[in-house]
Design a protein around this ligand. Structure first.
Ligand code: MN
Ligand code: MN
Length: 454
């Protein structure tokens, strides 16, 4: 049951559509390096397609286009179908948070005439991968008076970058003998931000940094207490491979599925069943918090939608959610011949073979997984084959090697049919992740087909 490489199926139209989709995707990645930036970017795109804030709408009719964001970190978008909402929606869901280093509450210190920002990593990372690369600072600083300053340092050609040092190889014999998870430890992920003393006093390098922050952002040291600053790899995405068949970029887990879901959704016109695109935060730390998938945000948004559509009742909200179907997208592990022993080749996702569907995720005995119903998978197979989508099925890796959870099981709590799906990635969770343009194109095609589901 080996699947064909998608590139072999393309004509000129496909090749052009693929390149234009990937160009838009690269812009989305470059402009969206945090969940907040991704929500802002999504709203900007949605407005171009005529979407308006659900909070500004009192009456909704079929064909109407609305969105609802929450705390600037998660967003649900809807296009009302002609079928009653109580018969459910077709939902595309993906997450827009990515592994990174978060700046601590009390971060700034000076040691040996170097100034540092202390960080606490977010999500699963191999800590040793995050040293000696150029990094940027993205985020917000919220002031006591209610004002909010947006920060992006390190992305413009003329911006300075920051970063974390590593021990020189000449003195590293002890370090090189350590296990990889302690070669660099969490408390060593401190970012160097300065080295120039502002005066002859003690901690004058730190004082210099503070005066730059004051000048640029009118911020005091105390304002770090109410800031969300994320340290991420600096620089833009690139085409990858001599044949330009891949994309190298930060945060492709899971913005690759988020962007393709969003574009497919936005291009939808006049669906029978109501179409929904849900982009959530906090997946990488367990879908917690008010903006993660475990939050009631989505349920509340659906209740508001039904209310505006004139059919709200608690029973209708429950019927709507239980009758919905979802492609819960998240990236898959792409088979890597360099690490073949971690994979079971018959059930692995391969770069270039298209959209990957995972009946289940989880670890060990499918622990923590949504296990999609065979009946629903049969329907999805039918939809994908009818639409000529290149697709494959996969597990994350060998059964006992590891695992990981996604958001599918949380959506399934409502009783809806949901299956994990997504784009295969090489070097997942590394500062720079690799995807295939063909898989990005096939994911978009898969979403297009799913949103036409009746
Ligand atoms: Mn992840
Ligand atoms: Mn993910």
């Amino acid at each position: 049951m080996e699947r064909k490489n998608a590139w072999l199926t393309y004509d000129e139209f496909d090749k052009q559509a693929l390149e234009s989709l990937c160009a838009g995707y690269r812009r989305f990645l470059d402009n969206g390096k945090t969940e907040r930036e991704c929500v802002a970017e999504s709203i900007e795109l949605a407005k171009k397609y005529g979407y308006v804030d659900l909070r500004d709408v009192t009456v909704l009719r079929p064909g109407d286009r609305v969105y609802m964001s929450y705390m600037d970190k998660t967003i649900a978008l809807f296009q009302l179908g002609t079928e009653p909402l109580s018969e459910g929606m077709n939902i595309l869901c993906a997450h827009i948070d990515s592994p990174r280093l978060d700046v601590k509450q009390n971060p700034l210190y000076e040691d040996s005439e170097l100034a540092f920002l202390d960080t606490h990593y977010y999500g699963g990372i191999k800590k040793y991968q995050w040293v000696t690369i150029p990094m940027a600072i993205h985020g917000v600083v919220c002031m006591k008076d209610g004002t909010k300053v947006e920060v992006i340092i390190g992305e413009k050609e003329t911006d300075p970058v920051v970063g974390i040092s590593d021990l020189l190889i000449h003195l590293a014999s002890e370090q090189m003998g350590k296990k990889a998870n302690v070669v660099i430890e969490g408390e060593q992920l401190d970012v160097i931000v300065g080295s120039k003393p502002a005066n002859e006093e003690k901690d004058a390098v730190k004082a210099g940094i503070l005066s730059i922050l004051k000048e640029t952002y009118d911020m005091d040291e105390e304002d770090f207490l109410s800031a969300e600053l994320e340290i991420v790899p600096a620089g833009k995405t690139r085409e990858f491979g001599l044949d330009r068949s891949m994309i190298l970029g930060y945060g492709q887990d899971d913005r690759v599925c988020a962007y393709t879901s969003l574009i497919s959704f936005l291009e939808t016109i006049g669906p029978e069943r109501t179409a929904c695109c849900l982009l959530v935060d906090k997946e990488e730390i367990g879908s917690v918090g008010a903006t993660g998938m475990r939050s009631h945000f989505f349920e509340n948004a659906v209740a508001e939608l039904l209310n505006a559509a004139g059919c709200y009742s608690e029973l209708n909200v429950r019927r709507c959610l239980a009758s919905s179907a979802m492609l819960s997208s998240d990236v898959s592990a792409g088979f890597d011949p360099n690490f073949a022993s971690a994979f079971e080749k018959k059930n692995a996702a391969f770069l270039g073979r298209g959209m990957a569907f995972n009946k289940f995720t989880g670890s060990g005995g499918k622990g923590g997984s949504n296990d999609a119903n065979a009946e629903f998978i049969a329907e999805v197979r039918h939809i994908m084959d009818e639409a000529g989508v290149n697709w494959q099925t996969a597990e994350l890796g060998k059964v006992d090697v590891g695992g990981g959870g996604t958001i599918a099981f949380i959506a399934a709590l409502y009783g809806m049919n949901v299956i994990d799906s997504g784009v295969p990635v090489l070097s997942m969770h590394a500062p720079w992740e690799i995807t295939s343009k063909a898989d990005i194109y096939e994911a978009k095609k898969a979403y297009d087909a799913f949103l036409k589901r009746v």
